[in-house]
Design a protein around this ligand. Structure first.
Ligand SMILES: NC(=O)c1ccc[n+]([C@@H]2O[C@H](COP(=O)([O-])OP(=O)(O)OC[C@H]3O[C@@H](n4cnc5c(N)ncnc54)[C@H](O)[C@@H]3O)[C@@H](O)[C@H]2O)c1
Length: 277
């Protein structure tokens, strides 16, 4: 590790991890800490958050744990205030929280629609709302929103609330980036493809495509991915560290696809693309 985030405070929303695997949230929190950041790890699930705190502890890395439901404004305000009071600011805001239910408009209940929009979009909006004033005062900050390639492509099975909320998150990323560039605050999105995480393997479509259950120690080969295999949460963490660090000092408002080439292949093999070739 190269200490690229030494002296920085990273607020990681949705930092928890299910016990049976490494989540994106956990990998990003650990990788930020390995690069020198002090971690303010937030999750609504105490047991999941403890898995990440323990993983940090195993490497001798510290981290403050905070329980909050990030869909609730007062709880987000309280979490950011505690981070600023105890750690002195917010240099990196990492919005990881996301969920999905299968179905198109007909199958999706209004309740599931509202819940997924709140979890995928409102959490990031509220975190920005309360972290931005501190970043603007500091004259610096990096916001990283975890989106998905589902914001760009239809993956073969309808996840309407997921696709709609992630596409909105991409555009919110650009708006926040442009509105705050003059204050020295950067905002970028990461769009993961297929990853070997408990989150992915909770989706019936992923399990059906691989006929496997998740094993964090196993490389999952896939014909869908030009690089030949599923990505890992550590691939997302490496991208997040880059975007959070000064190495990405001239990058804002971008959507960084981390998918082993899958999106481009799907575009290239679409009948319309073949017809025009
Ligand atoms: N794994 C993949 O294949 C994949 C692919 C594309 C995008 N993503 C994106 O990655 C992100 C999730 O990755 P992960 O592996 O960390 O998932 P995860 O489900 O393991 O972790 C998400 C964490 O967020 C917490 N959380 C949920 N709602 C919350 C709320 N209201 N307030 C506070 N905490 C809350 C959960 O308790 C959980 O610990 C999502 O945004 C997802 O869309 C994942």
């Amino acid at each position: 590790m190269t200490g690229r985030l030494t002296g920085k405070v990273a607020f990681v929303a949705g930092a928890g991890s299910a016990a049976e695997g490494v989540s994106n949230g956990m990998a990003c929190a650990v990788q930020y800490a390995r690069e020198g950041a002090r971690i303010f790890a937030v999750d609504r699930d105490e047991a999941a958050l403890q898995v990440t705190i323990d993983a940090l502890g195993d490497e001798g890395l510290g981290g403050a744990a905070h329980i909050a439901d990030m869909t609730q404004e007062a709880e987000v305000e309280g979490a950011v205030a505690r981070c600023v009071n105890e750690l002195g600011g917010v240099d990196v805001l990492h919005n990881n929280i996301g969920t999905a239910t299968p179905g198109g408009p007909v199958e999706t209940s209004e309740e599931d629609w509202d819940r997924v929009i709140a979890i995928n979009l409102t959490t990031a909006f509220l975190a920005c709302k309360y972290a931005l004033p501190t970043m603007i005062k500091q004259g610096s900050g990096a916001i990283i929103n975890i989106s998905s390639v589902a914001s760009l492509i239809y993956g073969g099975q309808a996840y309407l609330n997921y696709a709609g909320s992630k596409a909105a998150l991409d555009q919110m990323t650009q708006a926040v980036a442009l509105e705050n560039a003059a204050h020295g605050v950067r905002c970028n999105a990461i769009l993961p493809g297929l990853l070997a995480t408990p989150f992915a393997f909770s989706a019936p479509s992923v399990v059906a495509a691989t006929a496997k259950t998740i094993d964090p120690n196993e490389t999952i080969e896939s014909d869908l991915v030009p690089l030949g295999h599923f990505g890992s949460p550590w691939d997302i963490a490496d991208a997040a560290v880059f975007l959070a660090s000064d190495d990405a000092g001239f990058i804002t408002g971008t959507s960084l696809v981390v998918d082993g080439g899958m999106v481009n292949t799907i575009t290239a093999t679409h009948p319309a693309a073949r017809a025009s070739a």
